[in-house]
Design a protein around this ligand. Structure first.
Ligand code: SF4
Length: 303
């Protein structure tokens, strides 16, 4: 891979950011100005590219918990436990204990505890099924590979005015200067989606920008099925990730400056906080004949 690639990727994103006028942030927020960086995560990037109005609604509204979301968070916690401790004893109890230790997950914990017993039972059955599959399929990782769960990766650009940040489910291997030496794995409890690859490419971009070397491979592991989607990293994938990030940054800066958010119906409409006031979103869902998102296990298929 071109040794100057990280420099080129960085300047491409910075040029896109700096071409926008960050001197006039939207009233009420200084994000993107010198006072506070514009923070870009994989979720925010996906949201704003899918629909700007959805991103604004997600920023200020509460995210509605669903059974699918709860299952994903619980299985993520069990995956971390399996990698770090080597065993899962009582999947539902272990998962709930992990949520109780995380301040950010307390609202979800309370929501799960308040579920009707039949729905909670349905959730538990799926969590146990996926945990058993994880234990059966996931290999024990040699400690010499330095497996790390929930590693946070950050890269500040444009003098700190723009911050790309990611937290990966699993990183393996130790950084070795300019050599591609680590692997990144993301765990998903739901079904395969095209966006998952784009998420991983964003992680690879952040890793490349912060260390000067890309991961040699990124992969998504699907706990429902045991499928592993593997992408050896290439220059083309990183350039594509930088272009996508640059487009999202442009849209976010536009919103910060007070531009009217565009509504572009998409697969996120069913779970969008702005849906009750969004005619295009309703029309889109009606045209697909699926109405509001089902908050039961069917939702797992869409996560
Ligand atoms: S309902 Fe759909 S179109 Fe409307 S704001 Fe949300 S994501 Fe955008």
């Amino acid at each position: 891979m071109d040794p100057e690639l990280a420099v080129r990727l960085r300047s491409s994103i910075e040029r896109g950011f700096e071409r926008t006028d960050t001197a006039n942030p939207r009233p009420g927020t200084e994000e993107g100005s010198t006072g506070s960086p514009l923070v870009v995560t994989k979720d925010r990037l996906t949201r704003v590219l899918a629909c700007e109005a959805h991103d604004v609604a997600s920023e200020f509204g509460e995210r509605r918990p669903t059974v699918a979301m709860a299952c994903g968070v619980l299985v993520d916690a069990l995956f971390r436990q399996l990698v770090t401790v080597g065993a899962i004893n009582d999947p539902m109890a272990d998962g709930m204990d992990a949520l109780a230790c995380d301040d950010q997950q307390r609202p979800l914990l309370r929501w799960i505890e308040s579920l009707p017993s039949a729905v909670r039972r349905e959730l538990e059955v799926e969590v146990v099924r996926q945990a058993e599959a994880l234990v059966a399929r996931w290999p024990k990782l040699d400690a010499r590979w330095l497996p790390r769960t929930q590693e946070t990766m950050r890269c500040a650009l444009s003098g700190g005015s723009l911050l790309l940040t990611a937290r990966v489910d699993l990183a393996i291997g130790s950084p070795a200067g300019k050599e591609a030496s680590i692997a990144i794995v993301e765990v998903k409890a739901g079904k395969r989606r095209a966006e998952h690859r784009a998420d991983l490419h964003f992680y690879a971009l952040v890793e490349t920008l912060r260390r000067g070397a890309p991961p040699f491979v990124v992969a998504t592991y699907y706990t429902r099925t045991g499928e592993l989607d593997v992408d050896p990293m290439t220059e083309e994938l990183l350039v594509g990730a930088a272009r996508r990030t640059r487009a999202a940054v442009g849209a976010l800066v536009g919103l910060a400056q007070g531009a009217s958010p565009r509504r572009t119906p998409n697969g996120l409409c069913g779970a969008c906080a702005a849906l009750p006031e969004c005619d295009p979103g309703f029309a889109y869902l009606e045209s697909r004949g699926n109405g509001l998102e089902v908050a039961g296990l069917d939702g797992l298929l869409e996560r």
